[in-house]
Design a protein around this ligand. Sequence first.
Ligand code: KIV
Ligand code: NA
Length: 275
Amino acid sequence: RKSAPNAEDIRAMKGGAPIVSLTAYTTPMAQIMDEHCDFVLVGDSVGMVMHGLTSTLAVTMEMMILHGQAVARGLRSAMMVIDMPFASYEEGPAQAFRNAARLMAETGAAAVKLEGGVEMAETIRFLVARGIPVMAHIGLTPQSVNTLGGYKVQGRDEAASRVLADAHAIADAGAFAVVLEKLPASLSDQITAEIAIPTIGIGASVGCDGQVLVVDDMLGFFTAFKPKFVKRYADLGTQAEAAIAEYAAEVRARSFPAPEHQFADQAPVGKGTAA
Ligand code: KIV
Ligand code: NA
């Protein structure tokens, strides 16, 4: 693909080939996934994955902007979506517009994502009417961990009707897609069937219009805990530790650096000062 899809291209993927997404926080990781993803999410999970925070609540606009700028430098063919951090949009539409516009202007992101359903519909409508594509996020919304009572599966039993109402409210408000997090598969399938915009599942259903994972989870870099919905496609944390242990042993044994890593008095013939 030559150029990145935009929010309307993603919307048009409803019911078609599954939409592929991962989170990214840095330039090199964005470069690695660029050709494989339809959109890349600069998630506020950055606080837990990259900064050692125990929730996403302390993530700031400044953190999102710095990581958003880094990710943007690594993307050419994937769209970039950026999370609005906790307390940057909940006061009302005007606050949300100010901060969403700043995130897009300072990072080049093509859309923002924010958490919430019925209670955020008015804000989503306000942003979309003023030029800001919004991806919604319902089900388990980690910024509300303190009122949800933990990172629990949402929408079971009587709670299903509330999540359904959230899905319809954000779709009617003009969101171009919605993340469904940690919901029963049958409810996720029902939402996917009932709303006209793509559903992006994380702990939702294989029947969603697309999937997203936190990249450090699926690569095995982030191992503080592993949600049931994470599949580890690699074990890079273990590999990184083995490499670091080998380096430490070689330094202590004076077997690193080896001759080929050191510089001679005289440059080899025909080579510059770098050799
Ligand atoms: O912040 C994040 O990584 C997210 C995804 C899990 C959807 O919001
Ligand atoms: Na997030």
